[in-house]
Design a protein. Structure first.
Length: 131
């Protein structure tokens, strides 16, 4: 009898809030990846040597072309999939340099926080949005 060990994945995501505190930036996942076509908070998987903030800074530069100036931890969410365990490390980004755009061709959009439920998110993010 073999024991299957679930792969552990640490992901950092950014709740980037507009200067007027009314909108949040979301990005659409490419159609050719897991949960493709769904919306998410920008971010991605951390390298084994990165902290949450280090990985988030790298991911936001790669995905959106922005540099984090000020951020703080917001919430950590654990989620079990059949084949993996996800730790979602969500940071609230208060200040950033640059104008966000989809550097990898993905759609990005500022949306009112009150309208987040109108966008299809993957289940893990829906748990966060419902808080």
């Amino acid at each position: 009898m073999s024991i299957k060990v679930k792969r552990r994945v640490h992901v950092a995501a950014a709740a980037i809030i507009s200067a007027d505190q009314q909108q949040v930036l979301i990005a659409r996942r490419p159609s050719n990846v897991d949960h493709g076509g769904l919306w998410e908070f920008p971010g991605g998987k951390l390298a084994p040597y990165e902290t949450g903030l280090e990985g988030l800074k790298r991911e936001l530069h790669e995905e959106l072309g922005v540099e984090i100036v000020c951020a703080q931890p917001l919430i950590r969410v654990h989620h079990e999939y059949p084949d993996k365990h996800i730790l979602l490390d969500v940071w609230q980004v208060h200040e950033f340099a640059g104008e966000p755009f989809g550097r990898e061709g993905q759609a990005v959009r500022w949306v009112p926080m009150s309208e987040l439920s109108n966008y299809p998110f993957q289940r893990l993010i829906c748990r966060f949005c419902a808080r």
